[in-house]
Design a binder for this molecule. Structure first.
Ligand code: RB5
Length: 148
């Protein structure tokens, strides 16, 4: 299951991404927001980040105006590796090298087709492990020493 959320700046793009998941038969859980009315992105970002952090959701998608605010929020959560991407290469590498479990997009900076393409690339890519796993282990170790 993939959890999604956006603020008002990402609302329209989130709707398009939900369509993509429906086409692929992927189960999604939409954590809001539910309109283009102004809201605060931390209130929605934290819902998806918490679900990925505690294992309730395997992956997540977050969308705000630029993607920057949602990235900042999501990466506060232990075990979350949220990647803000702007092209297909970044979307692919976010999975292959970083094993990103949340993809973050900018609703005001990306056109719909580009964004949907990046989501598809991220979903279809495979984590390469090896030296990259060692680096992720170091991040996990940092989380332990810094926040626990
Ligand atoms: C909301 O106006 C905007 O600040 C938000 O969507 C996002 O871009 C923050 O990083």
């Amino acid at each position: 299951m993939i959890a999604l959320a956006s603020d008002h700046g990402g609302y329209e793009l989130k709707r398009s991404i939900i369509e993509l998941f429906a086409e692929r038969g992927i189960l999604v859980e939409d954590q809001g927001t539910d309109s283009g009315d102004s809201v605060d992105y931390p209130d929605f970002g934290k819902k998806v980040a918490r679900m990925v952090s505690n294992g309730e959701a395997e992956k997540g998608i977050l969308v705000c105006g630029t993607g920057i605010g949602m990235s900042i929020v999501a990466n506060k959560f232990p075990g979350v590796r949220a990647a803000l991407v702007v092209d297909n290469q970044m979307a692919r590498l976010a999975k292959e090298h970083n094993n990103a479990n949340i993809l973050v997009l900018g609703g005001r900076t990306l056109d719909r087709e580009t964004a949907k393409g990046m989501v598809a690339v991220w979903l279809d890519a495979t984590f390469e492990g090896g030296r990259h796993q060692g680096r992720l282990d170091k991040i996990a170790e940092l989380e332990k020493t810094l926040y626990r």
